[in-house]
Design a binder for this molecule. Structure first.
Ligand code: DAH
Length: 340
């Protein structure tokens, strides 16, 4: 056994001096010290030795292994240095070559506008609420005074998951959710940013888009509060020279209801292509919260009142940056996104 080990040591040392590449060195390690390597095999066979021999041979084997390891790492070091020297001798670095410019990302225009909307309303004392995108029919319609089979449901062709569960078609359900959560406390003064889904798809409609809902409930909230709030919003968003106008409209959850337009920023209200020669651009829907909605939310319509509004973030973004196709916002074309 001792002889066998001594011979192995001699043979291995000789072999090692002839190794001149990383590959061959790796083979060497496997051949002698690997799992099935020669030295490993010998160490495994030690169980058959007598108890006097075992420690002596064991020590010898360990010494041989350590010395082989040490030689191996020395040779390895030399080979590595040689390889680097060789590469340096025929490779060179041209320090005058232009570098690779890192590609910096930017905020998406929708995010810029959404952040600005939030900033404006937070500045007026609103807090931000959120709600689920997969919503119960009850909150999306029923609690907003849109009963089953009501024709107003047809305004929002919907993605249903089951009979009672759908992708929300508007952020308005968070009005009902917030009233349930807050009652009987006052005031409620929230905006609700979020994604909504409808079966629409053309230059001005996308099956997924973003809305910001607003809801204020307190004692003595009046229509003039709504109008003042929206005028302030429009001027902060689009510029202090802009004006708004309210047109009578219908929403099941507000009464009275109004569609709100902002004066055209391209022609200043005189009429041009952007505003289709009306001088006005529609930006949102709004109204005084319907007494039935207050009641279902757990508030007494005799004692409190409120206003609500809902705007499309894509639409506001298109107006702000004068875009003519909503799909630009979802195509992820860097040439477009780089302009904001
Ligand atoms: N939810 C409406 C829609 O998606 C927008 C809206 C209109 C929201 C009037 C309101 C509101 O809160 O008062 O078309």
């Amino acid at each position: 056994m001792r002889e066998k080990l001594e011979m192995l040591k001699k043979r291995a040392q000789e072999e090692l001096t002839g190794c001149s590449s990383l590959e061959v060195l790796n083979d060497f390690r496997v051949k002698y010290m690997g799992k099935k390597g020669e030295l490993t095999q010998i160490l495994r066979g030690m169980g058959q030795l007598s108890s006097e021999e075992r420690p002596i041979i064991g020590q010898l084997a360990n010494e041989i292994r350590d010395s082989l390891e040490a030689s191996l790492s020395k040779v390895l070091q030399n080979v590595k240095i040689k390889e680097i020297e060789q590469r340096l001798s025929h490779e060179s670095i041209d320090v005058t070559m232009p570098g690779v410019a890192p590609n910096l990302g930017r905020r998406h225009p929708l995010e810029l506008v959404l952040n600005r909307i939030e900033e404006i309303f937070v500045g007026m004392g609103y807090t931000i609420e959120e709600g689920p995108e997969i919503e119960l029919d009850y909150y999306n319609f029923e609690a907003l005074n849109i009963p089953k089979d009501h024709p107003a449901r047809d305004m929002q062709d919907s993605f249903y998951i089951t009979k009672d569960v759908l992708l929300r078609t508007q952020t308005s359900p968070v009005q009902a959710r917030t009233m349930e959560k807050m009652r009987p406390n006052l005031p409620i003064k929230i905006i609700v940013p979020g994604k909504v889904y409808r079966r629409d798809d053309d230059a001005t409609h996308s099956p997924m888009f973003h809305q910001v809902e607003g809801l204020v409930i307190d004692e003595n909230i009046r229509f003039s509060d709504l109008k003042g709030t929206l005028l302030s919003f429009a001027q902060q968003m689009f510029g202090s020279e802009r004006n708004i106008r309210l047109r009578p409209s219908f929403f099941p959850f507000t009464e009275p209801s109004a569609e709100v337009d902002v004066s055209c920023g391209v022609c200043g209200g005189a009429g041009c292509r952007t505003c289709k020669h009306t001088g006005w651009l529609e930006i949102l829907g709004s109204g005084i919260v319907h007494p039935r909605v207050l009641e279902m939310g757990g508030y007494d319509p005799e004692k409190v009142s409120g206003f609500a509004f809902g705007m499309g973030v894509e639409r506001i973004t298109m107006l702000k940056y004068d875009l003519d196709d909503m799909r630009l916002l979802f195509e992820n074309d860097i040439r477009f996104l780089h302009q904001f």
